[in-house]
Ligand binder design. Sequence first.
Ligand code: BG6
Length: 504
Amino acid sequence: MNDENPLKPTILAIFGGAGDLTWRKLVPALYDIAQDREMPPRLSIIVLDRVDLNDEDLRKKLHEGVKQFSRHGKSGKDHWENFASRIFYQKGDFKDPDTYETLKKRCADVEKEWNEKVQCIYYMATPPVMFGVIPKYLGKAGMAEDREWSRIVVEKPIGYDLDSARQLNEVFKQNFLESQIFRIDHYLGKETVQNILAFRFANPLFEPLWNRNYVDHIAITVAEDIGIGNRGGYYDKAGELRDMVQNHLMQLLCIVAMEPMVSFDANEVRNKKVDVLHAVRPIPRDAVNKYFVRGQYGIGKAGDQEVCGYREENGVNENSNTETFVAMKLFIDNWRWQDVPFYLRTGKRLASRASEIVVQFREVPHRSFPQEDRQDWLAARLIILIQPDEGIILRFQAKEPGPDVMLKPVDMRFDYRESFSGPFPDAYETLFTDLIQNDATPFMRADQVEAAWRILKPVLEVWAEEKPANFPNYEAGSWGPKEADDLLRRQDHSWTTPEKFIHS
Ligand code: BG6
């Protein structure tokens, strides 16, 4: 190994690498890492797929993706050519043992050529149906045997429900150790999501308040303004509960609600997250519709443009009952959070793209100021902006300047773009860096995936049995169905319109 660069020589084999994910996300992220940070001095990217391609055509195609999606896309031709010289194509059928034998031989040849031991990362960028197939063939070919130097990567969705997730995890475990399995939820690679841990546990200020004694409720919003684009075929079978809630929203819930970790060790952090999921109060089947709201968008607007309803999207059944919006109320039964409502909502074709977590603190025990002194009283609130704006706002009461005591909410804010000069890595860059360094902290463990499915199991079952009465029930470009507001109103709470930083 090179003494100056601790990163091991690496072969990254991307199964299904001629597809969209590789072109749009993976290769642009790898390219950005190569420009900004350290890459293994020896790296070979082998793209495997069934289509006819050669190295040159593949590189050309990937270059287009880099130009469009990488932060350094416009950088010089030399940079790209240098990077592209590490990318190779291998045509193969993933159900044919020869594909794996050929890959194995290629890896052995590379190792011989470099005269160094090489770590092999097998990345499944394929449709989910292949997730249960590829690990078996890798296992049979003996390509997972080196427990320290080989690993497998799989993207969400892991399974379709609790049973299929268990089966999939079983296949992984028959061929790889848990320490070799890296399950990606790209939200865990987002800077703002990772910063929640730093904010909570690297500052003594908020943690003493971060519990049922001071927090009234917590609301998590992950809103998207886009529809389902050309993904109708996949999405109509999945729906928002599987596509977003089981993974991204559950991860955010874990990070906001978890206990402090003792160390930044991958299993320690993940244990604390799993504890949260285990403590989520189970939802009885007959209470599903009391705690969960589903919605589907109809015709409406995206900005100034008229847009079609979900049922008119390509690849979607015209009578589809698939939900494109979910809101829920959960409780976490433990000492810290007993009876504090956690509200979560997510949806497609909402009024704007905005993800944030609102920690609403309790009212002061006694309001000493006379009624007329308070203009618009608001108990203190902490708002963690995840995207597109990135930062934290603390909203609290202040006295307005002047001879009279007049109170008004004001903001203290931290804005990433003001406090740091960048670069601001994309989630996949962060995840790749950890993957190459064999750090599993931001990846999902089997028990976490299964615990998240377990919470949603009654909801999936009841919604599959009971057809929604009123779909479509929200207009594209709105904040979702009115039932989502009613869900909070019962406890005198309400969703807040996501915050935006106004940059001068
Ligand atoms: C994906 C979902 O996991 O996350 C998509 O499958 C969704 O439906 C996307 O649009 C959202 O990711 P981001 O990073 O744009 O918030």
